[in-house]
Structures are given as structure tokens and as C-alpha cells.
Design a binder for this molecule. Structure first.
Ligand code: AGP
Length: 616
């Protein structure tokens, strides 16, 4: 989960690298560094612990010579804490070679010993430095940077994206990847490398995917790709679907606030082109067409917020398509020896498409005969490439580390999948499908209402609660994943202990946590649905109020039953039961952000986190 960038071309390498790192800083921000081959042919590096701003300040105070070949790195620390010495780039061949790395080299200890035994000297605690020294010593032997890279990466185990350059080869940057992201930006007389397209989208929207175990060599006028055996590869080209401005704050105080405001649009854009005449059309699922009707089980995998979206999908798919659905955390699924068959559809949910836990679970599922479908928000990312088919969400770039608009887009895609399966299986008739699709299409407007109506009051509440130490969240049925999501947001944004519970579970133990003044958010189902759990949730509220809890209810406009039992009611428009969660989650996203702001915290880049967790 680091951000990497490479550049070759007539432009300012320093300018291109710092711009690319700035757009990828959400991938990790423990340290940052760049290396360029200057116009005198010397390799220059500068690296500093801390966020990119620290490096920028250092360069402002003490400029470094510029050039037209460079690599840059913004780090999320794995081996070795955040420090200048552990920052990338790392050097080899006596300082004539620079290398940056995203991932974990699992066999670095034995390789490090080999280098030490050969007289090598390490200056850092990182695993990455061993790759720099190995490529450097091989370059001295071969004089060919691509070949030196290839001979080293075939010895590495684990997950890595490596970029390397050598001062004897200005105009050349070589990249290699295994289980870690790498994409190429193809410019006019210039070329780019990045962890994701954000690295270069302001310069070009023409991109190339670099696949598993592939090596790319970029020069200003050429891009050459080979596999680890040395055989040439023709990379898949694609056009980046969004422009640079979409990844900018655009005047918003934070990416978080901007992206919450984009939740309605994220749903709307994910629906575009997929509903025709009251029916669902998903041509992206063509690769699964022959097997889709025989699927007898769905397993939805993901991590964090993506997993909670998966939980919503479970309710929808089972209700509509009558197919059994399990939802599992990717990192648990892969290691529990799950029972899979060719009639199992494993659906991965991932905003970044690079989450290593989920990627490895997808690979495991395929290796064990299951069919795989990726629900992903990032074009050209790895998980879709490793899946049989992909259903992209179109939430646009999500830069804030805490996921918001991607969540509602993921749920939307899962609902479309559920209705598509129901359509193919005939478990819903045309009128029923059309009615559910109408509910989906009503969501963007309703979400707009929630964002507009809830924000001011929640901001006041958050500032009043600035010193709270614990918040609980309760929800039933589809409200339960929302309770979990609301708790996660508070943990990752405001650094507050928060826990989500199934409301029915409270009396089986957790109610002991309730003491006078305990703040509890409750997601209240609509009272309009006769089978709703509304009365039971109101009873749950009474149980905790009787013990002194301060209750903030998320409830439908017009629901008067909750008023006597809640200290605060945040109103949301009516929506059918399965759709209410996509409205109820927004006040909780806003609350997490506002409480973090009340505490003066960085809502876009919370401590200890990274946007894409590309290590297991
Ligand atoms: C969500 O706010 C967190 N940042 C985190 O839980 C995230 O959802 C999880 O790491 C999965 O990321 P992905 O969707 O990119 O796979």
C-alpha cells in the first residue's frame, strides 16, 4: 500500500514525480522520496520521513538538480518504521542505481544474508533495500537494467512492485510486478508508471495494464513488456474513465466531504447503462453466461467497508434470487479450507481492486474451481484481471482513505446482481423486477435529500460529542451492516472506540455496556413495512434508554413512534426495507467525518491507515 510513480520524457522529472505522488499519497504517507538522473548524468535522491509535505518543504529549502528520468515513492511502513533511512528510494551499485518498492519481499532475510556475505552494506531496516543491492550488483555484470531486474524478481517471494533506474541509462525506467499494482501511462514522447492511474491522469488518459509476473521498460518513445521468462507480452490498453479534476478536491475542505457529497452520483453512475425497459442488463457478465444459471451458492468476500457492502448484498440476493449467500472476510475465507465447486460464484468487493487479502482469496477461489466476479471501482486494477468477470462501480476516484461513496456504489452493484440473477432464474416476475429497479433509481434523489438535510445537525451533534470516548451502533436485518459501517467510520476517522451490534443481540450480553450517558446510534426500520422490525427496534431503544443511554435514532421522516425514546432523531426519506440502508449510512459517514474534524484530525489521511492495503 505505497504509492509509486515513474517518469521518462522531456518534462521536469521532479515536477512529474511530485505531482504523481501527491495524487497517490492516500496510498501511504509515512515517508516520501524521489530520485532523478540530472542533466549532468548524475543520480540524485531526496527522501524524508513524514507526509509528502515534509519532502516538499525540504526541497523548497534545498533544491535538487532536475532531470527527465525519475522515480518517486510515498510509503506505508511494513519493515522498518517511518524514518529518512527507511524511506524509498533505496540505492544500489554504489549509489548509481535507485529502486522503489511497494509490497513485502517475504524471503528478504535469506537474500539479505547472501548480500551481507558478499560484502554488501545496508543502510536501512527495510526488505526493499535488498532488491536495490541485488539489481545493482547484477547490473554491474550485465549492463542491462531490464535483464538485471528480471534475474532478481524471479528470486523474490511475496508481493512487490519494483521500479528501478540507473544513472548509466538516462531515459529508462524499468518496472516489475507480482501481486501488487502497476499501470503505465502512455504520453506523447513521454511515459509514466504508477500504482494506479491517479499517478498520471493529469498528463494522459491512455493506459496499459501490467499483468502478474511482468516487467515493463519505459523510454520516452517506447513501452516494452516481457514476462518473467523474458517472453514479450502485448499489454491490454484502456482509457481512464475520469479526468484529473475528479481526483482534485475542487474547492472542498476535504476529499471526505467531497466524496460524501458524491454518494448520490456514485449510485446514479453505477446504474447508468444497466437498466433498460424495467429490466437489468449486465453485458459485463457475459464471460459467466454459461454457468450463471447453474450457480447454487454465492460467497461474497471483502474487507472492512467492502465486506459490509457485501452483507447488504446477501440480504438482497437471497431475497430476490433465492440463492444461498455467505459473506466472508477475505483473509478468513482463504485460510479456512472453504467448500467450493464450479457451481459456487465468489463475488469479491473491492474499491481499489488491489487489496491483497481479497486478491489472494480470489486466486484461491479460482484455483479451487469456483467462478469469480469482481465488483470494483478502479479500472486496470489487479482483482478484476484475476477474475472471470468484473462489474465496475462508477463512483469515480475515491481518494479519502475512509470509504464512503464506494460503499453505496458497491451495494448498488450487488443489488443489480441480485435482480439480474432473479431475472434469469424467474424468481421475480417482470413487474417485481421493475418495482425494485424503480426503488434503486429513486435512491440518488433521496440521497441528495439526506446529504442536504442531515449535515448541519450532525455537525452540531459531533461538536457537542467531541470528547466522547465510546459510541455504540445498533441495527437489525439490513440495518446491522450499517451499524458495523458506522462503527468502523468512527474508529478510523475519530480514533474512538466504537462497536456495531445486531440490535437483537444486545440483550445477550453487550447491554452490560450501557451506562448513563452512553451514546448509541440506532438505525430504525421503516414503520410502513408490515413485516418490518420497527416495533422490535423501538423496544431495543427502550431497553437501553431505561439504562441511561443517549439515543440518536436514524429514522424515516414521519416516524413518530421513536420520538419519545430518542434524544435526537436524524430523518431520512422513506425507502423500501432493502433500500433504506443506503440512506441510513450517509448520516453515519457525516458523523464520523464531523467528529474527526471536531477533534482536529486529518479526515482524508487518518493515522496508521492506507487507502489500499496491498499486503496480507
Ligand atoms: C474503509 O473505510 C477502510 N478504508 C477499509 O476498511 C477498506 O474498506 C478495506 O481496506 C477494503 O478496501 P478495498 O475496498 O479497496 O478492497
Amino acid at each position: 500500500m505505497c504509492g509509486i510513480v515513474g517518469y521518462v520524457g522531456p518534462g521536469s522529472a521532479i515536477g512529474m514525480l511530485l505531482g504523481g505522488l501527491k495524487r497517490q499519497e492516500y496510498r501511504g504517507y509515512d515517508s516520501a522520496g524521489i530520485a532523478v538522473i540530472d542533466d549532468a548524468g548524475e543520480l540524485e535522491t531526496r527522501k524524508r520521513a513524514g507526509k509528502l509535505g515534509v519532502l516538499l518543504g525540504d526541497l523548497d529549502g534545498d533544491s535538487m538538480p532536475d532531470g527527465h528520468t525519475g522515480i518517486g515513492h510515498t510509503r506505508w511502513a511494513t519493515h522498518g518504521g517511518p524514518s529518512d533511512a527507511n524511506a524509498h528510494p533505496h540505492l544500489g551499485d554504489g549509489g548509481r542505481l535507485a529502486l522503489i518498492h511497494n509490497g513485502i519481499i517475504e524471503n528478504f532475510a535469506e537474500l539479505k544474508q547472501e548480500v551481507l556475505d558478499a560484502g554488501g552494506v545496508f543502510t536501512s531496516e527495510t526488505d526493499s533495500e535488498v532488491a536495490a543491492l541485488l539489481v545493482g550488483s547484477l547490473y554491474r555484470e550485465t549492463g542491462n537494467l531490464t535483464d538485471a531486474m528480471r534475474r532478481v524478481v524471479t528470486r523474490l517471494e511475496g508481493a512487490f512492485t519494483l521500479l528501478v533506474m540507473h544513472q548509466d541509462e538516462p531515459g529508462v525506467v524499468v518496472g516489475a510486478r507480482r501481486n501488487s499494482p502497476l499501470v503505465v501511462g502512455v504520453g506523447d514522447g513521454e511515459n509514466f508508471l504508477g500504482s494506479d492511474v491517479a499517478a498520471f491522469v493529469e498528463h494522459t488518459r491512455h493506459a496499459l495494464e501490467i499483468g502478474q509476473d511482468q516487467i515493463v521498460t519505459i523510454r520516452p518513445g517506447s513501452v516494452e513488456v516481457i514476462d518473467f521468462s523474458g517472453a514479450p507480452v502485448t499489454p491490454h490498453a484502456f482509457e481512464v474513465a475520469w479526468d484529473a479534476s475528479a481526483a482534485e478536491k475542487g474547492g472542498w475542505p476535504s476529499f471526505m466531504k467531497k466524496e460524501i457529497s458524491e454518494e448520490p452520483e456514485a449510485v446514479a453512475k453505477t446504474l447508468i447503462g444497466r437498466i433498460h425497459d424495467g429490466a437489468v442488463t449486465l453485458p459485463e457478465l457475459e464471460p459467466l453466461a454459461e454457468v450463471l444459471d447453474d450457480i447454487d451458492r454465492v460467497v461474497v468476500i471483502g474487507c472492512g467497508t467492502a465486506a459490509y457492502a457485501g452483507m447488504l448484498g446477501k440480504y438482497a440476493i437471497e431475497t430476490w434470487a433465492r440463492v444461498p449467500v455467505d459473506v466472508e472476510l477475505s483473509h478468513e475465507f482463504r485460510y479456512r479450507d472453504p467448500v467450493l465447486s464450479p457451481r459456487t460464484l465468489v463475488v469479491s468487493v473491492s474499491q481499489s481492486g488491489e487489496t491483497m487479502d481479497t486478491l489472494m482469496a480470489v486466486k484461491y477461489a479460482r484455483e479451487h474451481g469456483a467462478r469469480t466476479l469482481a465488483i470494483c471501482n478502479t479500472q486496470g486494477s489487479t482483482i478484476p484481471r484475476e477474475s472471470d468477470a468484473v462489474l465496475y462501480t462508477h463512483a469515480g476516484p475515491e481518494v479519502a482513505v475512509a470509504s464512503t461513496k464506494a460503499f453505496v456504489a458497491q451495494a448498488t452493484a450487488l443489488y443489480l446482481l441480485g435482480l439480474y440473477l432473479a431475472q434469469r432464474r424467474g424468481t421475480l416476475d417482470g413487474a417485481q423486477i421493475a418495482a425494485q429497479l424503480a426503488e434503486l433509481q429513486d435512491l440518488p434523489d433521496k440521497l441528495d435529500q439526506v446529504v442536504d438535510a442531515a449535515s448541519a445537525r450532525i455537525a452540531e451533534l459531533a461538536h457537542w460529542m467531541g470528547d466522547t470516548q465510546s459510541v455504540l451502533f445498533l441495527g437489525r436485518h439490513v440495518g446491522y451492516p450499517i451499524a458495523l459501517e458506522g462503527a468502523l467510520k468512527l474508529k478510523e476517522l475519530a480514533y474512538i472506540h466504537a462497536e456495531g451490534f445486531a440490535a437483537g443481540e444486545l440483550k445477550h450480553g453487550p447491554i452490560a455496556l450501557i451506562e448513563p450517558g452512553q451514546i448509541v446510534f440506532v438505525i430504525v426500520p421503516s414503520p410502513r413495512d408490515p413485516s418490518s422490525l420497527h416495533p422490535k427496534v423501538v423496544s431495543n431503544i427502550q431497553e437501553i434508554r431505561a439504562r441511561g443511554a443517549r439515543v440518536i435514532a436514524i429514522a424515516e421522516i414521519g416516524d413518530v413512534a421513536v420520538v419519545p425514546y430518542a434524544d435526537e432523531v436524524i430523518r431520512i426519506p422513506f425507502a423500501a426495507p432493502l433500500f433504506e440502508p443506503l440512506l441510513a449510512v450517509v448520516p453515519l459517514h457525516i458523523f464520523g467525518m464531523e467528529l474527526a474534524m471536531a477533534k482536529g484530525l486529518d479526515v482524508d489521511q487518518p493515522r496508521n491507515l492506507a487507502k489500499s492495503v496491498t499486503v496480507e
